[in-house]
Every structure is written in C-alpha cells, then in structure tokens.
Design a binder for this molecule. Sequence first.
Ligand code: DGL
Length: 268
Amino acid sequence: MNNQAIGIFDSGFGGLTVLKELRKVLPNEDLIYFGDTARIPYGTKSKETIIKYSKQNIRFLMRHHVKAIVVACNTASALAVPVVESMFDIPLIGVIEPGAKGAVRESKSGKIGVIGTTGTVRSGAYQDAIARLRPESMIESTPCPLFVQIVEEGWQDTEIARLTAEKYLEDIKRAKIDAMVMGCTHYPILENTLRKVMGEQVTLVNPARETALAVKSVLESEGMLSDRDNEAEYRFYVSDDPDKFRETGSQIVSVPMTMIRKISIENY
Ligand code: DGL
C-alpha cells in the first residue's frame, strides 16, 4: 500500500485525456499533472531535446514524492522512456505498449493504422511494439503534425479539421485497415472528425484507456495501490499561462482546476 500521488506529464493539455481515464480506473489515487505548455510541441523536436525535457519533467514530479510517473505523451514515450526508464527508481509507464496492445486486440485483419506526431511515427516505436505482439500485422503509419495545432485552437469539429484529416489519411484509408491508433494525446479530442473520415468500420484505439489499466496493474503487482477511501486530490502545474490551461483543460476533463500553478521547468 502506498498513498503517495501518481505523477503525469505531457507537453500540454493533451495528457488530460490520460488523466481522465486514470480517474475512472483509479478513483482513489491522488494525481499531480505537469503540462509543459511553454515548450509544446514536442512532436517536432529532436530525440535529444525530448530526452532532456522528459528528465526535467520527471525530476520535477519526483520532488513531489510521486510513487510512479505516467508519461502521458506519445512523443516522450516513444523517444525518451526507453532511454531514461532505468535512470529513475520509480515505475515509469508510457503509452506506447498499452496503445499497441489495444490495437492488436481490436484488429481482426491485422491491418493496423498508426497516426501520431512526426517524432512518434518516425521513431517506429508503435510499429515495433505492434509487430512484437503480432508479427504478421500490416502497419500503415502517417504523421499528422497539424492536428496538434487544430486541437490547440479548439477547431476539432470544424471543416478545417475534416479537410486536414482527409488529406493526411488518404494512404491509411487506401490500406483498408480495421483499427487505427490515435498515437498522440491530442488526437482523441478529434475523435468525431477521425470517425467521420475513416468510417465506422475502423476502430479508433485510444491508448489512454489501456494506459490507465496498465498503471493499475503495475501498482497492483508492486503493492503500491492507495488504500484511502476519501476523495482524491488533483494538482496541476504548467510551464506557461495557467489560465489558458484551465480554460481548455476544463473542456477535456471535469475536475476542479483550482490547484494550478506555473513553475520554471528549466530549474529542474
Ligand atoms: N502530447 C504530444 C504527444 O502525445 C503531442 C503534442 C506535441 O507535439 O507536443 O505526442
């Protein structure tokens, strides 16, 4: 048993899609969220930069004595987790393995699409994780970098979003996949548009849900679940304007964002 909080980080508010699922699966756990809003996007940056940022984010969360950290960013999970996980003595749970597991489970044909940031898709992390689980699968992947900006603008259900998705997803549609991983924490916010473009026959896989289940299973096996039955506490930190984060974040997840502070991540 361990009643310390779980830490979560992402480049911005996209990781709140993971926090939302964590709350459902682990309602008793306190959560501390860090959104690196001053340095977003991560998806277009080099591996070295993402490793540096991820180490700083982890150090910041560890100052708050978290018992485990959820890397709620696909880009950081793909580029940094394999390099940094052995450097810290608490569990680090990324979104790639859980997302790949969900895709393999949902696909009947083994033809699977993966969309994500340029960094995530180029890293091959999802492609490798899916192939490990199901070697005969056929994977079609495409980076969709503009989706992050579209979501940041709140344009997820507009004609601009639909036309952008039509363009990015041309090849994936031709590949006749039956499951597609939304391999960026911003993309589940675009789910309605992605569904319209891909059609009902394609299952959209949100790695957030699988990740929350993976966190539960890690905490269970390590004997680290909280045994409290009072209401969980949620704290938020950002590296830029807390008001913007609160405004957009409250549309994604309905938790009171009263405890939100700006910090200088470069100090960690
Ligand atoms: N949250 C990032 C991810 O899941 C996407 C946004 C960014 O590029 O920073 O990869």
